[in-house]
Design a binder for this molecule. Structure first.
Ligand code: OSB
Ligand code: MG
Length: 369
């Protein structure tokens, strides 16, 4: 693929409502988009790094710096044959996986267009629809939460994930289980607990959660494996899994029974596929996480979720849950069964609204080959 240019843009988009996790509240998003021009095609990538280094040590600003100074010049000079080559091209740069993913995914996005096949097929996907759940942030009151859940269930979503932290856990799960005894329910602590909370976390077993996501430290396997021995509820790791080796270590150490795959967190589609494959070989189900993406990241998540071992409902949901107006067309929608249809046309299957993106752009930099 002969690359002509790589353009970085920062767009600002307000969320339709604030999203709160154990590490903080997000109201307005600053999003780094990558626009890669090659052979008359335009591939897009979205960097999922946050505004602050709370979920991971990357931010939109560190990603911008590393893409502009290191990764984009290396990629533009390399003219990669396909998306799978990016890993090698970026090999000298340690870490910065969300920055790498934004570029690598733009290459895959362009490649699917050039080859005239759906991105999902290029990635090895097999599903026509993907099962969807929602991630519901910490709410001002329990009443607000109950209303959010009610609306999500009415919309068809198959699984409800509750963000939790000490003080927003047992009483919340109890209220939700009393009202909805049989729904698929899970929680995500984003590392809010410590090993001394083990008895408390074990008390979650009574709520028959599908999983507890990332209860302990974001870089840990060992203490999660100690905790898992004390729980009936499966642990799912998110933050801890940076690559295929981490997945293998976590599975072998029995630190988790389920893995959340985010292609940004693992450095792009190739590593996401590698994590998917190693989990599948070991009988560990995976699902696709979300990072409050615009439609570009969402379209990529849909394609990734079409791989065979994405058997559990993911966090990939309708555009309208986050955005008044999405930057793709059509917006992502979920059917009454709580599924998203995987596009069966060439490329990502959603048009990028370049004019709208231009209007939303507050910063721009072009790297030419
Ligand atoms: O841990 O899964 C997470 C959002 C931002 C940062 C971390 C997480 C999340 C979510 C949102 O849970 C999922 C979504 O995009 O719908
Ligand atoms: Mg998570």
């Amino acid at each position: 693929m002969k690359i002509d240019s790589i353009t970085l843009r920062e767009v600002r988009m307000p969320l339709v409502k604030p999203f709160e996790t154990s590490f903080g509240k997000t109201t307005n998003r600053r999003i780094l988009l990558v626009e890669l021009k090659a052979e008359g095609y335009t591939g897009w990538g979205e960097c999922v790094a946050g505004e602050h280094p709370f979920f991971s040590d990357e931010t939109i600003d560190t990603a911008w710096l590393v893409i502009s100074q290191e990764l984009a010049p290396a990629l533009a000079a390399a003219d990669p044959e396909h998306g799978g080559k990016c890993h090698q091209i970026f090999g000298n740069v340690r870490g910065h996986r969300m920055a790498k993913a934004a570029l690598e995914n733009a290459v895959w996005d362009a490649e699917a267009q050039m080859k005239e096949i759906p991105l999902s097929v290029l990635l090895g996907g097999v599903r026509e629809t993907i099962p969807c759940g929602v991630s519901i942030g910490i709410q001002p009151t329990l009443e607000d939460l109950m209303r959010e859940i009610e609306q999500s269930l009415a919309a068809g979503y198959q699984r409800i994930k509750l963000k939790c932290k000490p003080g927003w856990d047992v009483k919340v799960f109890e209220a939700v289980r009393n009202r909805w005894p049989d729904i698929l329910l899970s929680c995500d602590a984003n590392s809010a607990y410590r090993l001394r909370d083990s008895d408390h976390i074990a008390s979650f077993d009574q709520f028959r959660l599908l999983m507890i996501e990332q209860p302990l430290w974001s870089d840990d396997f060992y203490f999660h494996s100690m905790l898992q021995k004390r729980l009936e509820t499966p642990i799912c790791l998110d933050e801890s899994i940076r690559n295929r080796r981490d997945a293998l270590a976590a599975i072998d150490m029995e630190s988790c029974q389920i893995i959340n795959i985010k292609n940004g967190r693992v450095g792009g589609f190739s590593e996401a596929i590698a994590v998917h494959n190693v989990a599948q070989e070991r009988g560990i189900p995976v699902w696709c996480g979300g990072m409050l993406e615009t439609g570009i990241g969402r379209a990529h998540n849909i394609a990734l979720s079409s791989l065979e071992n994405f058997t559990l409902p993911g966090d990939v949901s309708a555009s309208s849950r986050y955005w008044a107006e999405d930057i793709i067309e059509p917006a992502v929608t979920v059917n009454a069964q709580g599924e998203i249809a995987v596009p069966d046309v060439a490329g990502r299957g959603y048009e990028v609204r370049a004019d709208l993106i231009e209007q939303l752009t507050v910063r721009k930099e072009e790297i030419r080959a």
